[in-house]
Design a protein around this ligand. Structure first.
Ligand code: ZN
Length: 329
């Protein structure tokens, strides 16, 4: 910090960041010392049945992440004759062994994979709430029709409406077209376009009815099997395809916007030779988002966004190295 103060080009913002970093390291070291003291003071008894452990061995290292960074801890392991299992009492005392704590409190013995799955489930809910789901007037899940996605949505966000992504629906229509009229492009387009228009501007029920009629006219065989598979797909998704009402409400019919955002971010952050720490990646992603949304001046009020003066192209991608300028523009 003293060296930083002596550097003439460091402003208050730099000092704040450095101070926060230094304090964080001090806190991490304090927590590490307390953790090791706690681990050393934990009695060598089974955390589930309370019996003294046998065949004790010390010095088993484990590193875990806490609020202030990674912390190493040395623990003692032993064998519980009654449970017939190896135990590490310090893990339970420190709250690192969720399955043992749960077994001790409730009598339920759940595998780690189950706990891990439930932790992820609750984590996804918490993440959605942090991003504003609790304040949102409505929630919408756009999916490609995969059953697991709808089930995940039902489980995590039961209040969300579900919608089939338009592009994926079109791909399935094209599969029906290829089975009915072959791969000839002109024929395929002639068959395909009216249905796509109908799908977009009219009722999806009409589209499904036409597909069912086409299926009934087929004698059987591989083509009929392919069409039947797609008809079953559309019947399954029927309640998620009311694109006419969606367009009236001004809502998106596809996940293109999200996919395009992912594409832009991947092009920015997955270039050859780039490696990111999660912390650095998050910070730069935040800046990139402000830049692309033309909200740079919210971060730096003394600067102004001048598309003509910098390399950001309104309909294109920012040129390499043009985005991360934190100095006044
Ligand atoms: Zn035991």
């Amino acid at each position: 910090m003293q060296q930083l103060v002596q550097a003439s080009d460091q402003n208050l913002g730099h000092l704040e960041v450095q101070a926060a970093h230094d304090v964080r390291e001090l806190l991490r070291q304090a927590v590490a010392r307390g953790t090791q003291t706690n681990a050393d003071a934990t009695p060598p008894t089974c955390p589930v049945c309370g019996q003294p452990l046998r065949r004790l061995s010390s010095g088993h290292a484990r590193t875990f992440k806490c609020r202030f960074g990674f912390i190493p801890v040395q623990r003692t392991r032993g064998y519980c004759k009654r449970c017939k299992k190896g135990r590490t009492p310090a893990d339970t005392a420190l709250g690192l062994e969720a399955s043992a704590v749960l077994e001790h409190l409730t009598g339920l013995c759940l595998p780690r994979a189950t706990l891990d799955r439930e932790a992820k489930r609750q984590g996804q809910r918490a993440q959605a709430l942090r991003r504003g789901l609790g304040q949102a007037a409505g929630a919408l899940v756009l999916g490609d029709g995969a059953v697991w996605l709808w089930r995940l949505s039902d489980d995590r966000w039961p209040q969300a409406r579900q919608r089939l992504d338009f592009s994926h629906a079109v791909q399935h229509l094209a599969a029906v077209g290829r089975a009915l009229v072959g791969k000839d492009k002109a024929k395929l387009t002639a068959w395909f376009q009216p249905l796509v228009r109908q799908r977009k501007h009219e009722s999806s029920v009409k589209v499904i009815r036409q597909l069912e009629e086409a299926l009934a006219a087929l004698p059987g065989g591989a083509r009929a099997t392919a069409v039947a598979r797609e008809v079953a797909y559309f019947r399954e998704q029927q309640g998620r395809m009311d694109d006419r009402a969606v367009r009236r409400a001004g809502e998106p019919i596809g996940s293109d916007l999200v996919e395009a955002t992912c594409g832009q971010d991947q092009c920015r952050f997955k270039r050859p030779g780039q490696f990111w720490s999660p912390r650095g990646d998050e910070a730069l992603l935040c800046l990139e988002t402000f830049w692309r949304n033309r909200r740079w001046s919210l971060l730096f009020p003394h600067s102004a966004f001048h598309p003509a003066k910098n390399s950001y192209a309104p309909h294109g991608r920012a040129r390499a190295g043009s985005v991360w300028c934190c100095a006044p523009l």
